[in-house]
Design a protein around this ligand. Structure first.
Ligand code: NAP
Length: 308
């Protein structure tokens, strides 16, 4: 039987989760277990994690009773939650179970950008979970990572757009595009998280992990240099963005979270390390200061690959 500390990664088969699981396994300091819904046992990302050495456990939080959940998480030293953003409320019963089972550290499903309450619906839901974690008395670490490199370069080829409407929306440039925002490569998120969860300094703290801070003008330069020198941008004002948000709210469009993020990042400038450190935004510890030796992938390096 392994004597290594056990980390349970809920949502480990997802995009963020797989990055975290891979980095945890690479450190060889943990036994890494990944609960996946029974319907996901044979999906390629699950099989890939198994090949890398993770223990895959068929489990569905949604349908499990609190007793079953408590039994399931008992023995785990750390729980990391990286489930899909539409299911964040599943974490409430997971937190109760983790607390009852004596789990030492709970990392809820954040992995987003810092900001004030009342600006973004999704962020408010994540802040509610943080409040619940604190009130429960369980050990915790809250981790934000800025925006993924993988989601926010300007598309110069419609075929590459993650979803079709992003082809144009990725080139909306607000108020001249001079506000800085923090970005992280998806693969680096796992590396940060694997270090953070072994670090006693981060227990009961909010941590901001980030690769680079850049502006939309910088994004445009990469798009011109590596994508299309004549790439068209769509200048937008704060009022334009407020209209997009109002329309998405009224029509209940799935784009609301995207415009909310834009407002927080490009208008309010909330997604920077300086803002994350403010007490009113959580008083984050900065990974640059915690881990000065850690190398992160430069955005330009990713841009070259992206536009190739
Ligand atoms: N900072 C950024 O730029 C950025 C970008 C995207 C996401 N995020 C954040 O990162 C976190 C994780 O997002 P993600 O995109 O990595 O997640 P994801 O890949 O969409 O999903 C993660 C896992 O959630 C589970 N899941 C999916 N649908 C479910 C359902 N209906 N009920 C229960 N579980 C379900 C799946 O696991 P199984 O099928 O194995 O059960 C899936 O592998 C979220 O908080 C999100 O807001 C941040």
């Amino acid at each position: 039987m392994s004597t290594l500390p056990t980390v349970l990664v809920f949502g480990g088969s997802g995009l963020t989760g797989a990055s975290i699981v891979a980095a945890l396994l690479e450190r060889e300091e943990f036994e890494v277990k990944v609960p996946v819904r029974p319907s996901s046992i044979n999906k390629p990302s699950t099989i890939e994690l198994q090949k890398k050495g993770a223990t895959i456990l068929p489990f569905d939080i949604a349908s499990s009773s609190s007793d079953v959940l408590q039994e399931f998480v008992s023995g785990a030293d750390t729980i990391i939650c990286a489930i899909v953003f539409t299911q964040l409320s599943l974490q409430y019963k997971l937190i109760d179970a983790a607390k009852s089972a004596g789990v030492e550290r709970f990392v809820p499903c954040d992995f987003g950008t810092p900001g004030r309450r009342g600006v973004r619906k999704l962020h408010d839901q994540k802040l509610d979970v943080r409040e619940y974690v604190k009130a429960s008395g369980i050990g915790y670490t809250f981790i934000d990572v800025g925006f993924w490199y993988q989601l926010h370069l300007m598309y110069t080829d419609v075929k590459k757009a993650y979803v079709p409407w992003l082809y144009e929306a990725s080139r909306y440039v607000y108020n001249g595009g001079v506000v800085k925002t923090a970005y992280t490569d998806l693969a680096d998120i796992g590396k940060f998280v694997a270090r953070i969860v072994t670090d006693p300094r981060t227990l009961n703290q909010y941590v901001f992990a980030w690769g680079e801070e850049i502006t939309q003008q910088d994004l445009l330069k990469y798009a011109q240099k590596y994508g299309n020198p004549n790439v068209e941008i769509f200048p937008k004002s704060t009022t334009d963005l407020e209209s997009l948000i109002a329309e998405a709210k009224e029509k209940k469009l799935g784009t609301l979270a995207y415009w909310d993020y834009h407002y927080s990042m490009w208008v309010l400038g909330e997604n920077t390390v300086e803002m994350a450190k403010l007490p009113e935004l959580g008083g984050a510890l900065d990974t640059r200061e915690l881990y000065p030796d850690m190398e992160v992938r430069p955005l330009e390096d990713y841009a070259i690959e992206f536009y190739r």
